[in-house]
Ligand binder design. Structure first.
Ligand SMILES: [Zn+2]
Length: 248
């Protein structure tokens, strides 16, 4: 079995992400790019299996999606998004996709996630990519068009149609031009009514980015409890606060 060390590392990272409530049975996928360019990607049934994961539960794909080594299931329906991100972002070393709860609130409304914490300031914009999944799937089933599906992906062309026809052009337009930002920091975005993606140079960083994304989304959702409804996406630090502590 190829990449045993990387597989064991992925297992332990996935177990941590489950414990931190970033990954849950609703879905998600984790991938890393190996030094030889191949992609090690979690298999589609892992979420359904409540993330009871072993080193065999990853598929090795070539950058074009061909199967290099299959020891478990196939890649999830979001496989094209992972492959697109590695192709568009040459510095990307890992991609994490989750249905984590707080960023999903913003994604459910098609809103970008605001940065309200210092750990999220480094991201830059956190856009929401928009697609009407149900309509695209129904259109595709009624009028299928040829799709260039990765071989190592679960056979759901209607779901892949959403990634390939709707999200790929948006990734090209919104995410690919930000490739140089990966020299300094990772990137994050959400998919409408679906979930979140983070991209970083290596796996630990990319998992931490998902934590950062959830921190800022949760904090922004709670701010109205103190402000009577407003969210402060920008810093409100005032010069006179310098060296002082807020007193009751
Ligand atoms: Zn998903």
């Amino acid at each position: 079995m190829r990449y045993e060390t990387a597989r064991r590392h992925l297992v332990s990272v996935i177990e941590d992400m489950v414990a931190w409530q970033l990954l849950n049975p609703a879905g998600g996928a984790v991938s890393v790019r190996m030094p030889d360019g191949n992609i090690l990607l979690s298999c589609t049934r892992l979420a359904f299996d409540r993330w009871k994961v072993s080193p065999r539960d990853f598929i090795v794909l070539a950058p074009d999606g061909e199967i290099i080594e299959q020891t478990g299931g196939l890649g999830a329906s979001g496989t094209p998004v992972h492959l697109d991100l590695y192709r568009m972002l040459p510095r990307a070393g890992a991609v994490v996709h989750t249905h984590a709860p707080y960023s999903l609130v913003y994604a459910s409304l098609g809103l970008p996630v605001p940065s309200v914490t210092n750990r999220a300031d480094t991201f830059g914009d956190i856009p929401c990519l928009l697609a009407d999944d149900s309509a695209v799937k129904a259109d595709f089933i009624a009028n299928p068009v040829p799709l260039d599906l990765p071989a190592g992906m679960v056979n759901r062309p209607d779901v892949a149609a959403v990634s390939l026809l709707e999200y790929r052009p948006q990734l090209e337009k919104v995410i690919a031009p930000r490739a140089d930002e990966l020299q300094r920091h990772g990137l994050a975005f959400t998919l409408y009514r679906h979930g979140a993606f983070t991209v970083g140079r290596q796996l630990e960083e990319t998992v931490d980015l998902m934590l950062r994304l959830e921190e800022t989304a949760r904090t922004a959702l709670l701010q109205p409890q103190l402000t009577g409804g407003a969210v402060y996406p920008n810093r409100v630090f005032r010069p006179e606060w310098r060296g002082a502590a807020a007193q009751p």
